[in-house]
Design a binder for this molecule. Structure first.
Ligand code: AMP
Length: 286
């Protein structure tokens, strides 16, 4: 039987920084996986990747208030540190850094990181303060956990671009590793917010990935016109019903530049509301 050791839970920046420095001083490579907790297999795949590439794995669990707008689900967001720690124990996580809001944002905190154009469209347009909140908290987490590599999920495509831009522009000495999206067997991208869905909504939510797969198959058969692909996705989503599309976008892979014709690696991005729950997903096509 495999022995599992619970990760050590660390609450202060000073303590986790010491852990990382001590490990690096003896030549150990440190990996960090930033999360907001309520961990699922998608998060755990990042932990597995970190475990594979690094000698010491730190998972941060922090529901970051500054990336939520006042009307969003900050209060309601699931918080389950005990069960998260139990899951992490099964995946070889060494430390959980779970700071309080006061530890991260003491009185007098004012700085905000604006990464520029990559944060403006799509999620940035619908959630105008979101990416400043993300970039700022990620920079803070990478200062407190100065890891050699940080692992993020492709599920949040635009977020990976925002973090990459911030790391490059601010010379953060951490490698960004982007890992594939983990899906349920029916294609729904795993997300902590899926827990908000009732059974009927959960069924309808599969239309997001199904519509992107449909576009992918059309591209495989030679379709190149984005307007045609978008119409096909929209009619699939309308047929399923109960899915209120926020945007469907086709962008050049690795960017947020919209394309009108598929010529090379393209990402299709989708955001939609199912009931009150806002879901995002993306896939590479072409
Ligand atoms: P969150 O807790 O939602 O902030 O997510 C923490 C990290 O897990 C982010 O880098 C996400 O992109 C990643 N992540 C969330 N869901 C998935 C998924 N289904 N597959 C892979 N990574 C994911």
């Amino acid at each position: 039987m495999k022995t599992v050791t619970s990760p050590t839970i660390v609450r202060t920046g000073e303590d986790i920084r010491q852990v990382v420095h001590d490990a690096q001083r003896v030549g150990r490579r440190v990996g960090v996986v930033p999360t907001m907790g309520a961990l699922h297999q998608g998060h755990l795949s990042l932990v597995d990747a970190a475990r594979e590439h690094c000698d010491l794995v730190v998972v941060t669990v922090f529901v970051n208030p500054t990336q939520f707008a006042p009307h969003e689900d900050y209060q309601r967001y699931p918080r389950e540190l005990d069960s998260d720690a139990a899951k992490l124990a099964q995946h070889g996580c060494d430390y959980v850094f779970a700071p309080s809001v006061e530890e991260m944002y003491p009185d007098g905190f004012e700085t905000s990181i604006d990464v520029g154009s990559v944060a403006l469209p799509y999620e940035g347009e619908r959630r105008p303060t979101h990416f400043a909140g993300v970039a700022t908290v990620v920079l803070k987490l990478l200062s407190l956990v100065p890891a050699d590599a940080a692992f993020f999920g492709q599920k949040d495509y635009q977020q990976t671009l925002v973090v990459g831009q911030m790391i490059r522009d601010l010379n953060v000495p951490t490698d960004l590793v982007v890992c594939p999206t983990v899906r349920e067997s029916d294609g729904l991208a795993m997300s902590s917010r899926n827990a908000y869905l009732d059974e009927d909504q959960r069924q309808r939510a599969t239309a997001l990935s199904a519509s992107m797969q449909l576009a992918g198959r059309m591209v495989d058969r030679g379709e190149r016109d984005v307007a045609t692909l978008r119409r096909a996705m929209e009619s699939h989503l309308a047929e399923v019903g109960g899915v209120d599309v926020d945007y469907i976008a086709f962008v050049r892979a690795g960017t947020v530049e919209a394309v009108e014709t598929i010529a090379g690696e393209t990402m299709v991005l989708i955001a939609a509301r199912v009931g009150q729950t806002r879901l995002i997903d993306n896939m590479q096509i072409g």
